[in-house]
Write a protein that binds this ligand. Structure first.
Ligand code: UD1
Length: 423
């Protein structure tokens, strides 16, 4: 078992280079199934989730070559099966993208039910509704998703999403790209990674318009070609390092980002007393000399404040002067880290699993804690970096699902963090 041992109390300062976006890379890796020609993908973060997607492509019969840690050359023309049986795929949420991609390309797919972080009910009804609207039969059993349109084929259609879902929006795009006719998704998610998937697909010959708005139109094309594409920078990794500057009263240049993707995070950081300096490709966050200020936060779909940044800002508000509230409106069980944070002295109470009331304390105390999920794990690391004394954090396999070289990047900013193995 590996864990992080952290000695807190040092302000983090310097420049951190942000990796490619995990949540864009995962569907783009699945989308390579949509073409027989070779795709070169750049800026793919080397994290456990992308490793599992690559393993799964290999398992399906594709060829994948690593040019370097972050550049992959992929050819899926040799895919010969439509059933995903890589056991590791059950660990991640993005497994469902193989359903959309295989359905779009081969009109059939059998994929284990998605895993991923336990942050509340994570339904699949929007995915089901979308695939069915395109003409597929969908059978969601206790263990897998089976989609089939081999007899009828798929056809373009118009659909209304009852809930804003990143995963369903992307999955329907994947299934519709090669589908004859026009597909319209009303109520689509607008997250930067939805736009990135559309840009990738358009770059290899697809015809998607409106990504980034709530109405996406997909004109089916008969085939896609090959090409080279660089994944966008990771909004949430960037936001996590921005929050690290606030929490440790540091001064961090978060480099290789798209600052507009970070607007809702920058705006909250300003509200709580940080100075933000933006340029074309980076955002500098300077934490205040004194205490952070209190505020209110509500997570919302993009361009609102991201649910994937909720634990990190809650950790910051735990150190703010006064009482803050944080409302989680996307997932119904996203405060699993609260008991761990309390062990560090945080004064936080959660009501109905959706609202946290936080009375800020002056400092956290080092403690031995467990990471319950990916983003909460990163947030607990930030708490430990600011704390008096030493902390040990286990469950770091969650964190490493989504943050590339997290401990190394933090060390480069001056953090006292080491990864140690324990029997
Ligand atoms: C993706 C991200 C995750 C992020 C989330 C919201 C990936 C791999 N994961 O997750 O990091 O926190 O977007 O930005 O990209 N819902 C349904 N039925 C559905 C689909 C969704 O009820 O068919 C609900 C979910 O339970 C949740 C909400 O809608 O309450 C949003 O889910 P969704 O946007 O689909 O999140 P994911 O794609 O799972």
């Amino acid at each position: 078992m590996e864990l992080y041992r952290i000695k807190g109390g040092k302000p983090l300062c310097g420049t951190v280079n942000i990796s490619g976006a995990k949540n864009a890379a995962l569907p783009i890796l699945a989308a390579t199934i949509l073409t027989d020609e070779t795709i070169t993908l750049e800026n793919v973060p080397k994290v456990n989730d992308t490793n599992i997607m690559v393993e799964t492509l290999l398992n399906l019969g594709a060829s994948v070559e690593y040019i370097d840690d972050n550049t992959l050359k992929i050819n899926t023309s040799t895919v010969k099966k439509y059933s995903v049986d890589n056991p590791s795929i059950k660990k991640i949420r993005a497994s469902y993208y193989f359903a959309g991609a295989l359905l779009g390309r081969y009109k059939q797919a059998r994929v284990p039910l998605p895993g991923g972080c336990n942050i509340g009910g994570r339904g699949l009804d929007m995915h089901e509704k979308g695939f069915e609207a395109l003409g597929a039969t969908v059978d969601i059993t206790e263990s897998e998703i089976v989609v089939d349109a081999t007899k009828t084929g798929l056809y373009g259609t118009k659909m209304y999403m009852d809930k804003v879902s990143v995963g369903a929006t992307i999955n329907i795009m994947l299934a519709a790209v090669l589908t004859p006719g026009k597909t319209v998704i009303e109520g689509a998610a607008k997250e930067p990674h939805v736009v990135d998937v559309a840009n990738f697909i358009n770059g290899i010959g697809g015809h998607i318009t409106g990504a980034g708005t709530d109405k996406i139109r997909i004109n089916g094309v008969p085939a896609l070609h090959g090409g080279t594409y660089a994944v966008i920078p990771d909004q949430i990794e960037a936001g996590t390092f921005m929050m690290a500057a606030a929490i440790t009263h540091g001064d961090i240049v978060v480099d290789n980002v798209i600052p507009t993707h970070l607007d809702s995070i920058s705006s909250k950081l300003k509200e709580i007393g940080c100075k933000i300096i933006e340029s074309d490709e980076n955002v500098r966050v300077i934490g205040p000399e004194g205490r952070l200020k209190r505020t209110q936060v509500k997570t919302l779909p993009y361009p609102g404040f991201p649910t994937d940044m909720q634990p990190q800002i809650s950790v910051a508000l735990g150190l703010a002067d006064g009482c803050s509230t944080v409302v989680e409106s996307i997932f119904d069980n996203r405060f699993m880290y609260v008991n761990e944070l309390k062990k560090m002295g945080c004064n936080i109470v959660v009501d109905e699993c959706t609202t946290a009331y936080i009375e800020g304390v002056e400092y956290y105390q080092g403690a031995n804690i467990t990471s319950p999920d990916l983003r909460a794990g990163a947030a607990l690391v930030l708490a430990a970096l600011s704390a008096n004394g030493q902390s040990e954090i286990d469950g770091i396999e969650y964190i490493e699902r989504g943050y590339e070289n997290f401990d190394k990047k933090l060390r480069l900013l001056g953090a006292d963090i080491e990864k140690i193995s324990r029997e």
